[in-house]
Design a protein around this ligand. Sequence first.
Ligand SMILES: *[C@@H]1O[C@H](CO)[C@@H](O)[C@H](O)[C@H]1NC(C)=O
Ligand SMILES: *[C@@H]1O[C@H](CO)[C@@H](O)[C@H](O)[C@H]1NC(C)=O
Ligand SMILES: *[C@@H]1O[C@H](CO)[C@@H](O)[C@H](O)[C@H]1NC(C)=O
Length: 613
Amino acid sequence: FEIFYKLLTLNLSNLGCDGYLGSGKVIDKCNVCGGDNSTCRLVSELFKHSFSKIGYHKIAEIPEGATKINVTEMVKSRNYLALRSRSGRSIINGNWAIDRPGRYEGGGTIFTYRRPNEISSTAGESLLAEGPTNEILDIYIIFQQQNPGVHYEYILPSQKITGPQKPNHRPEAGNGQDEQEKENVNSADQGRSPPRRPDNQVPAVQPPRRGREYNWKQTSATECSVSCGKGQYPIFHCVNRLNHVQVSDSLCDSSSRPSSQEEACNLQPCPGFWDIGEWSECSKTCGLGMQHRQVLCRQVYANRTLNVHTSHCRHLERPETASSCQLKICSEWQIRSEWTSCSVPCGLGQRSREVRCVSNVGDFVSDEECNMNLRPIDMENCDMGACAKSWFYTEWGDKCSAECGMGVKTRGVLCLTNHISSLPLEGCGSERPADSQVCNNGPCENRIEWFTGPWSQCSAECGPGSQQRAVVCLVKSEEGISVMPPYECSSLNRPLSQQSCNLKACGAKWYHTEWSACSKTCEGGFRVREVRCLSDHEVQSSEGCDERLKPAARESCNPEPCMPQIDENCRDKYFNCNMVVQARLCVYDYYMTTCCASCIRVAHKQMIHRGRS
Ligand SMILES: *[C@@H]1O[C@H](CO)[C@@H](O)[C@H](O)[C@H]1NC(C)=O
Ligand SMILES: *[C@@H]1O[C@H](CO)[C@@H](O)[C@H](O)[C@H]1NC(C)=O
Ligand SMILES: *[C@@H]1O[C@H](CO)[C@@H](O)[C@H](O)[C@H]1NC(C)=O
């Protein structure tokens, strides 16, 4: 197949696109043989919109007749491009399946789908096609992350050429797979309909009505250059419209000359060939990994290329589908320092050393770049042996336990771990140093001394008093203690046998007399008594009593009502009987009768009074 293709290009290298050898005419960017690029228009847009929903989103449509299609993601991302025809056929990355990079047929052209597989590459995906397309194609993005921008461009024939083929831009109904992004989809339409000029204003340079008299006609074709598949170009000439007689090409509008596209000329299928896909990404980011590619047996049938059974490629060696790969040498672990000394002078401690992941050019890189399984340890335990112990002790105490004769002195003795390793100590061992030693304050023989008994009780419960104790002269000897006459101790200071004492301060208390007689026998009188604050020990007036606790010095008494004998015959018959009572005239019978009630009341009171006292 490749050989045939080479033959074809060699053959045609000198051939003008008009079919004449050496005519020098080339197909311009608008695919017009000998054209000046004026018959077409470049559509170029950058789609930068992002979406909130993961999935297919339409980003543009490519109208029918588009050529030199280039859809390129600006930067590598986790998004994918996808392509679908208006009729609903998915061409690339449809139905959530991601296709391998490669060549895909659709819309009457072949799309080359690229996905850079170099890990270091930052280039994004791209779809390229020469065109022209024969139907509207929709470009989608399978959105997964922030869209880095998708640039798309294609070339469209200008209005006057493509008038009858103007693509239909009706939005597709019932397309539930995407959110339509119309502002971008329709941008390709802008400026496609220049206002029509009246006929008499057509510029003079444009040969008027030439197209009506003459038109392009395929008169012949180049020789079939292949034994199978495509290998022939049609040759067009300007002919008289009516009688089809060939005339000079200059009489026809060169811009409307049909493009000369390769056609099938030998309908027998070409031999199968291996269509080799791009290698996948290496399975490892460093070190030896594997990569795979798709290898398909394909066969060219006239104007189409089909996938066929591998037996059709038997005659060719099957290309490898897997290969080893290595993007870079893995970084390696390096031990950068000696072990530190153990963290303790004795017993169990730790020691450490520096271990770094170093790239193949000697830079420190993050640990993840090295094989963690091979990482040398950088920390370990160290055993400095049993810690030395030694005896610790205090100074001997000052005092002997006995005032005379044999006693003991003591000191504290402890076995402790010693962390100061520089001291030449050898452990506690079983020989515990003595914690007591004998002492002797001199012989006890005939030592004469004053001995004192306990103090007696204080003579006063409060305030100053005195107390006594017994003081005797004793002699201590080996046989025991014996009491001696006081003069035997006269050479020694005699301890006191009496001292003053004061158990507590004295207080003051309220004192009071008996109540006096009640001032009345009935209907409420009062009685009094004397209350004084006296200090405890000297019976003197004092200010030291609590006023709140002071007993009452006066109180009411005999509250009961007086109960005189009510006698109908004993009434006051005189208006001024109290004068009679005051004048003590009741003793006379006359007044006793006239002022009976008042006189009886007074007598009754006097009787009660006398009875109480
Ligand atoms: C048409 O454009 C192509 C590339 O855009 C350029 O190489 C060529 O010279 C142009 N032809 C004319 C006639 O301007
Ligand atoms: C397609 O477009 C991209 C981005 O504009 C550009 O880098 C690339 O060269 C183009 N590819 C072709 C084949 O024109
Ligand atoms: C392919 O070629 C066959 C025979 O030459 C023709 O009938 C058919 O229309 C062609 N198809 C396309 C898509 O060009």
